[in-house]
Structure formats: structure tokens, C-alpha cells
Design a protein around this ligand. Structure first.
Ligand code: HEC
Length: 127
């Protein structure tokens, strides 16, 4: 006859397996990237970029340049723009135009590739 402790251990394992099997509603953290979403990108912009580039993306003197009306932004595809934001443009880069750092991912390392695509889509929608 099984001892009670054996039975309890088996029950705990069964419950743990059941708990892990549920909850499929969360989106997978990784996977193929979708096209950028302008609305989600606007939220990323507000949380990470507007402190330097301004709420209306026209730039803030001494912090970040205008992104609205930027020929550079207009010249890139969404994917290229996402790659640019991921890398940033330090003052050591010969392409730097202001002598101020554009930090990688706007200084927010928690942004994932999809969020970078989203914010790129938002910027392109302004131009
Ligand atoms: C700490 C301030 C700061 C933050 C935060 C920041 N940037 Fe920048 N960004 C800059 C500066 C400064 C430049 C100009 C670099 C140069 O001199 O070329 C710049 C340049 C850019 C450019 C190139 C514009 C052009 O016409 O050359 C893009 C695009 C850009 N930033 C996007 C973003 C996005 C998207 C975010 C948020 C994810 C962000 N930035 C967050 C400071 C910032």
C-alpha cells in the first residue's frame, strides 16, 4: 500500500504539471517579427524617446534632434530604422551631427526587436 507521503508527492507533481500546461493566452516572448505597429510604437516613443526628442518629435535643443521632417528617417525602411535605433549613434561616429550621443535603444536596454520595429513604424508615420 502506498504511504501517504508518496501520494502527496504525486499529487504535487500532478498539480504542477497542470499549472504549467495552462495559460496559453500570453504571446510568445520570441518568434518571427511582425511589421511595426504605429500605436504600440507611439507608446514606446512616449516612454523612451520623447524625453530627448520632444513630445511632438520636433527635437529638444541640447538633448535630441527633430525626428519629424528628418530626411534621414524618411530615407530608411522600417527595418533599417529599427536597426539604427538599436545601435544608436555615439559622438564617436563620424555620422554624428550634433556632438551629442544618441544612446543604443534610446538608452532603454529592455526594448525588444518588435518594439524597435513598432517605434520605427511610428517615426515613419510622422514623415
Ligand atoms: C538621451 C537622449 C536621447 C534619447 C532618449 C533618444 N535619442 Fe534619438 N537621438 C539623440 C541625439 C542627441 C541624436 C542626434 C545624434 C547626432 O548628432 O547625429 C539622436 C538621433 C536620432 C535619430 C537620427 C535622426 C537624424 O535625422 O539623424 C533617430 C531616428 C533617433 N534618434 C531615434 C530615437 C528613438 C526611436 C528613440 C527612443 C527609442 C530615441 N531616439 C531616444 C538623443 C536621444
Amino acid at each position: 500500500m502506498a504511504r501517504p507521503t508518496t501520494f502527496i508527492a504525486a499529487l504535487v507533481v500532478a498539480l504542477a504539471v497542470a499549472a504549467c500546461g495552462g495559460g496559453t493566452s500570453e504571446p510568445a516572448p520570441t518568434g518571427p517579427l511582425g511589421p511595426g505597429d504605429i500605436e504600440r510604437g507611439q507608446a514606446v516613443y512616449k516612454s523612451t524617446c520623447q524625453s530627448c526628442h520632444g513630445g511632438d518629435a520636433t527635437g529638444i535643443s541640447g538633448l535630441g534632434k527633430a525626428l519629424k521632417g528628418s530626411e534621414f528617417v524618411a530615407s530608411l525602411t522600417e527595418v533599417e530604422l529599427a536597426e539604427f535605433v538599436k545601435a544608436g549613434r555615439p559622438t564617436s561616429d563620424p555620422a554624428n551631427t550634433t556632438g551629442l550621443d544618441m544612446p543604443a535603444k534610446g538608452g532603454n536596454p529592455s526594448l525588444n526587436d518588435q518594439q524597435l520595429r513598432d517605434v520605427a513604424a511610428y517615426l515613419r508615420s510622422l514623415n
